[in-house]
Design a protein around this ligand. Structure first.
Ligand code: 26Q
Length: 807
């Protein structure tokens, strides 16, 4: 996609203006001067100035869009994993030179200032980071976009390892993070929970009223995201729960204990992010969070729309609402509720508008991640919403019956089944478009997850392959590579990622290939320095940096990686003098706090790293490091230093993956299965520039029935040798019987079946790496093929084919 938005003509701010404002803010807010100010104060002052610029720019952009009657998109997501913002804003506003220069004049180094900002960790992993990338891209592409989520007081927990066991610490990010937020208390809205539905018939008109409800106020706090080289600024509106000062009927009636109990419950709503990734736990507090976010956002959308147009009749023409996975599903019945109960629409008119407004992205095919909520819970927490869902379902089932006359089929396709509401089914039914996040994933949801729905409404289903805000991991994080690219292909790639293809012309240019090798080495050294400072561990930067960095989940198969390392260890102990290409395996992963097996696997990896330390000579060839507390900021130092990108999920389990894209654009070679977006990476680079292994989706399907991992174990000496180490105490004295038993008896994600093939891919990696020129060429082919994984491209597809936006 060619990015056609015109480049910003005027400078955002001059160095002198910036200096003047900076001195003023330090003086007024902190009664200090540049000489005396702490890094924290400098960070806060600079952030305040940048937020002011963004806010004004957004206002201007909104006014312009309104006057033109442009359609807007609202992106609803329970997660936005923003990471740090100050550096991104300064880069996107193209005021790097002014800021660096201004601070330098005052004797301040900007890098230590960036470090003061905490990560906004309002997400778990892929889904949340994707939402953050899309706000950046929407602005870069010039679209009018608002994201909605929750202002979690505590983001994703901080991970610490104690003797290799994960422990969780609260992430109290707001003291430092609030500098980025603009509170808008005048736009607060009320959200109602609990209570009793009272129906009445008045002159033949049916009306419903909720009595004795709990009122919670939703207060908006805004964050702004600038687009690179564009007039647009995205807004992220985060809702904080506050107890209503009015509506405390119980308190007034003297029901003191009940009132205070509800007060506590209300304040809990925005306390903490649920740390589960790809696992839907049906907890009542989580349901409250989801409804709170959905209802507050829909109220805000409706208020804004009514302010401009005075009617909801044209809502679907002017507004697209996107649902990031099923977590904000309740926005659908909530909009129905407002139209029916508050705006006087009849059912059919309301449903017509609603179904032309919503679109939904599915991010997973894992059954345990598909949300189902108990009817009784919904009925008690959101009674009116539940009654609307029942009505939606009854009408849907009637249509299905007319179409199929097949009771079993209707039951199966029904939104409510076995006293559970199937959120994905509701989303598909109420959305005009449903998309998967990589080609293969979109095929799987049509073939399996939503097989019946696809047969019923095939026109709804489409694919939008994920993309990343690539400037964050390239321009902002890999200075060396950015310079090489600018020198060889110009700077057009910064605005239009498809221009990276031009780099392919240098695939046989020895000087460029050597520079690429040198840049990777520098980035590895920078990373090694970071590791030395943090852990006191020295990494061999001549070794291959082989990275598996992502959430810990059995389907992602960190255990397969671990088993191979143990096999290598066994080999080196028996063959200490055999030639061996040195490798450093770098892991980083958080486990959901309640996910026992995932925590065992972290401990296993840590124990392997400790065991390897015992033999110094061996350790120089084979090293493992587990980086604690993987987060967006850590990924920014790590990606540029990676040689190998491990993307080894069982085919058919990883919807897309996005870390694979960040590593690719930094020149890492994917060692992976044909799963998720790896398939498209393969299409981009060809068989010579990717290390594929393992079963494909069809082979997995064929191998699953009657899969007996124990037979593989019994017939494969190397595998047996590795697995037996888990129970021999040979890994720094610890026993991993549960991992061993689970693999030998079930091996749900078929690590044993892919073990030999994985080892072969690792062998090919080592072999290729010894030919530095060949490796560098592979790396170049990956960088030059990474352009399609730009979020700018992805968002443009959503805008054109799903949301029908114009620029
Ligand atoms: C649901 C209900 C209750 C509690 C938690 C949840 C919950 C929370 C987070 C369920 C799932 C998630 C996260 C899912 C996720 O991150 N999926 C990833 O999305 C990426 C972006 O599309 C893909 O690249 C990954 O393949 C996919 O795993």
């Amino acid at each position: 996609m060619a990015n056609t938005t015109p480049k910003t003509e005027s400078k955002t701010i001059t160095k002198e203006e910036l200096k003047e404002q900076f001195i003023d803010v330090l003086h007024n807010d902190f009664q200090t001067t540049p000489d005396e100010a702490s890094d924290q104060q400098v960070y806060e002052a600079l952030t305040k100035i940048v937020v002011g610029i963004l806010k004004a720019k957004r206002r201007k952009f909104t006014v312009k869009n309104r006057s033109e009657g442009k359609k807007k998109v609202y992106y609803l997501s329970m997660e936005f994993l923003m990471g740090r913002s100050l550096k991104t804003s300064i880069y996107n506003l193209e005021m790097v030179d002014e800021t660096v220069g201004m601070l330098k004049d005052l004797g301040i180094s900007i890098n230590s200032i960036y470090e003061m900002e905490p990560d906004a960790g309002l997400g778990n992993g892929g889904l949340g980071r994707l939402a953050a990338c899309y706000l950046d891209a929407l602005a870069a592409d010039g679209y009018h976009a608002t994201g909605y989520s929750i202002l979690y007081e505590y983001g994703i927990f901080k991970q610490k390892l104690e003797d290799g066991w994960q422990t969780e610490l609260p992430d109290n990010w707001l003291p430092g993070g609030s500098a980025l937020l603009v509170a808008c208390p005048t736009q607060a809205v009320e959200v109602r929970f609990d209570g009793e539905l009272v129906e009445s018939w008045d002159n033949g008109f049916h009306s419903v009223e909720l009595k004795d409800y709990t009122s919670v106020m939703a207060i908006p706090y805004d964050m702004f995201v600038s687009g690179y080289g564009s007039e647009a600024v995205s807004k992220l509106r985060l809702w904080k729960a506050d107890v209503a000062s009015f509506g405390m009927d119980d308190f007034i009636k003297g029901n003191y204990v009940k009132a205070l109990g509800r007060n506590i419950m209300s304040q809990a709503i925005t306390k903490v992010l649920y740390p589960n990734d790809n696992h839907a736990e049906g907890k009542s507090l989580r349901l409250r969070q989801q409804y709170f976010m959905s209802a507050a956002s829909v109220a805000d959308i409706v208020n804004t729309h009514l302010n401009v147009y005075g009617t909801l009749d044209n809502l679907a023409d002017k507004v697209a609402i996107h649902i990031n996975d099923t977590h904000p599903t309740l926005a659908i019945p909530e909009l129905m509720r407002i139209m029916l109960d508050e705006c006087g629409y009849d059912w059919d008119s309301a449903w017509d508008i609603v179904t032309r407004t919503f679109a939904y992205t599915n991010h997973t095919v894992m059954p345990e991640a598909l949300e189902k909520w108990e009817c009784n819970l919904l009925k008690s927490v959101v009674p009116r919403i539940y009654s609307i869902i029942v009505e939606i379902n009854e009408r849907y089932c009637r249509k299905l019956w007319d179409m199929y006359h097949d009771e079993a089929k209707v039951t199966h396709m029904s939104i409510i089944e076995k006293n559970m509401v199937k959120m994905a089914t509701l989303c598909v039914h109420a959305s005009h478009h449903v998309n998967g996040v990589a080609k293969i994933h979109s095929e799987i949801i049509k073939r399996e997850t939503f097989k019946d729905e696809y047969a019923y409404t095939p026109e709804k289903f489409t694919n939008v392959t994920n993309g990343i805000a690539y400037r964050r991991w390239l321009y902002q994080s890999n200075e060396g590579l950015t310079k090489l690219l600018k020198d060889s292909i110009g700077d057009g790639f910064l605005r239009d990622a498809s221009e990276l293809e031009k780099f392919r012309a240098f695939a046989d240019d020895k000087a460029v290939l050597e520079q690429l090798t040198a840049i990777k080495k520098q980035n590895k050294e920078r990373f090694a320095k970071y590791v030395k400072n943090r852990y006191g561990v020295v990494l061999n930067t001549e070794s291959i940096f082989d990275c598996q960095v992502k959430r810990l989940h059995e389907y992602k198969r960190q255990q397969l990686n671990a088993l191979n390392i143990i096999a290598e260890y066994n080999y080196l102990r028996s063959n200490p003098d055999a030639p061996f290409v040195p490798k450093t395996y770098i892991f980083a992963a958080k486990a959901a706090p309640g996910y026992y097996m995932a925590k065992q696997i972290i401990k296993l990896i840590w124990n392997i790293s400790q065991e390897l330390k015992k033999d110094k000579r061996l350790n120089e060839k084979l090293n493992v490091i587990f980086m604690e507390d993987y987060c967006v900021s850590l990924s920014e130092i790590l990606m540029p230093a990676a040689d190998i990108s491990e993307q080894i999920s069982l085919a058919g389990t990883e919807a897309s993956g996005t870390g694979n894209m960040k590593l690719m654009i930094n020149g890492a070679i994917t060692l992976g299965t044909l799963d998720g977006a790896n398939v498209e990476i393969f299409e981009q680079v060809g068989a010579d520039n990717i290390l594929l292994f393992g079963m494909n989706v069809d082979e997995v399907e064929r191998a699953k029935p009657g899969y007996r991992p124990i037979d593989i174990y019994n017939n494969n000496g190397v595998l047996k040798g590795a697995v037996d180490m888990l129970t021999s105490g040979g890994l720094n004295g610890e026993y991993f019987g549960e991992i061993a038993n689970s693999l030998k008896s079930t091996d749900t994600y078929m690590a044993f079946a892919d073990f030999d093939s994985y080892r072969d891919a690792q062998r090919r990696a080592s072999e290729s790496y010894t030919d530095a020129e060949k490796w560098s060429r592979m790396s170049l082919m990956n960088i030059s093929g990474a352009g399609i994984f730009s979020a700018d491209r992805a968002v443009d597809e959503y805008a054109r084919y799903i949301w029908q936006l114009t620029k």
